[in-house]
Write a protein of this length. Sequence first.
Length: 509
Amino acid sequence: MCEDHQEDSHEDGHGGLARRALFVTGAAAALTLGSVSFASAADGDQETRTVRGTLPPGSPDFVYVPVEVPAGVREIKVAYTYERPSVPAGTMGNALDIGVFDDRGTDVGGRGFRGWSGGARTEFFLRADDATPGYLPGPVREGTWHIALGPYTVAPQGLSYEITITLTYGEPGEAVEPVYPPERAKGRGRAWYRGDCHLHSWHSDGRRTPAEIGALARAAGLDFINSSEHNTHSAHAHWADVAGDDLLVMLGEEITTRNGHVVALGTDPGTFVDWRYRARDNRFGRFARQIRRAGGLVVPAHPHATCVGCNWKFGFGEADAVEVWNGPYTPDDEVTLADWDSMLVASVRGERGWIPAMGSSDAHRDPDAVGSPQTVVLADDLTRQAIQEGIRAGRSYIAESARLALSFRVSGGRGEHAGIGERLAVGRDTPVTVRLEVTGAPRCTVRFVTDQGVLHTSAPLPVAGAGVVEWRTTPSYAAYVRAEVRHEAAAGPVPGPLAGFTNPVFLGR
């Protein structure tokens, strides 16, 4: 850890050297350095300061560099670099994220946030009328600003960095009033709508513009998408021109903590949710409630992903749904699917309510496919509220593309029936028929999964990809049943990758 007696230095912009001490503020999760000061200058002038330092292994999650911004500043620009020394195999190298907070401070959950680019950019600027993607335009007010550094991983040699801060003086530009996309698209009344709720543009670490994502979403047959940039809401004001009668654009964020990521799905425009905490801090519940107050859903993303900080550690007590399938189907998705199925069993025991599954592409750049996978939701209309209600109720299935369509239903002998996310309220020994209609799944196999596991596996579907699979059971034998459609296995008894799967139908009173 960084100790409070360590020192660092910065150049004063004129070849001089000023000493400053490092000191820890609050818990060990954050460190604040000494201030960088500027003198006022005439309109059109620029002043530059350069800060250098080294962070040791075991550094706090966040390191703040205070910048004393004088009156009359039109624009603040920050550029940074850091060393990436070679490290032994199996050892993490250096990765340093960056963002900025304005004169309102760095309090977790406070109002000072002005932007975050993580490690996606080497420089950024802010002024009243414009800002780098990931950052919020607005006034550059006089006061103490903070450049936020996030040493994501630190090499054994330490992380040496250099930050260059440039202030430009002059009259501020005219502030731009944000315009947000509408909360309703044309829709088809009560129908199945296809969506991708986890996407990244150039407002975080993606490489596509919102317009490019919109075009890809339409080409993928989607009806709705959700903006979910890492730790920033700067994209919210850039989707209005992308939305249309044929595409609902909801607004959110991927809150990217050191103990897992969570998608805020469909929050009010301009909602920012802080990410600067770990599971041990016992703060997540506060921000989950903030998401809901802002009209959004709480969706843990890729819970068993293997990247540093990606594995979900906060538990599922606050979840409205869980992202079971993320991007191309991989072993960590298989683990998540099994974990989710175990949670369904817990819900049958009455230990908790059940959590619906979702799937999203998490697409960032080519060749990431927008809409693969996608969540197909039964909703009363193509509106933010209706789509969220369908997701929350579990009236949905997950498909690898728009080519796959599923119709899943369980029926009793007296005309009773229930669909995805519903309960068929019949006696324990009442015979019921489980029926799945499939299109767009050539040579795929259908499996019916219950609280006992896989109880029925079909023969491969024809090359045309369409078929009907039925199975009979009772509520005493299967407390719930859900359907999986899988591609052919490469070898042996291991099941092939998913082509699609449904949320469950529960059986019994």
